[in-house]
Write a protein that binds this ligand. Structure first.
Ligand code: HEC
Length: 115
């Protein structure tokens, strides 16, 4: 009985995951932006692959992107502003990324809290 439950939970989990993957994919296809690659290139050194922050990032004070409550306190405009202009701790990306790429990254940052 316990195994059956476990299988149901696992299947549900993977269905959710594939849903997220499709979502991200459709965004990158529509705008022809590979947002996963962008995040990997520019953001992972501090924010980590899972969005929780690397040791380097945490040392600087990166927020945990998987924290639903934290996400709620932040409007999209705040994220856009941060990515374009940076902060004391995070350098700006306005010379490296265009607006579409920045918006795709905001969506990408949001999905860390949806798993
Ligand atoms: C040098 C390390 C570093 C890199 C690289 C970096 N960040 Fe950050 N980021 C930080 C730190 C530190 C904070 C939190 C402190 C702050 O706001 O200054 C932060 C905060 C944020 C926030 C939250 C802003 C808020 O509302 O407080 C977002 C969104 C964000 N980063 C997105 C990105 C994206 C997207 C990239 C890649 C394009 C990126 N960061 C690259 C260090 C980094």
């Amino acid at each position: 009985m316990r195994n059956v439950l476990l299988i149901i939970i696992l299947v549900g989990f993977f269905l959710c995951l594939s849903g997220t993957a499709r979502h991200v994919l459709s965004i990158s296809e529509g705008a022809e932006i590979d947002v996963r690659k962008l995040f990997k290139t520019h953001c992972i050194p501090c924010h980590g692959e899972d969005g929780k922050g690397t040791d380097l990032g945490k040392g600087l004070g990166t927020p945990d992107f998987t924290d639903v409550e934290w996400q709620k306190t932040r409007p999209d405009t705040r994220f856009v502003e941060q990515i374009l202009n940076g902060s004391e701790k995070m350098f700006p990306f306005k010379d490296k990324l265009n607006m579409e790429e920045v918006q795709a990254l905001v969506v990408y940052v949001r999905q860390f809290a949806k798993k």
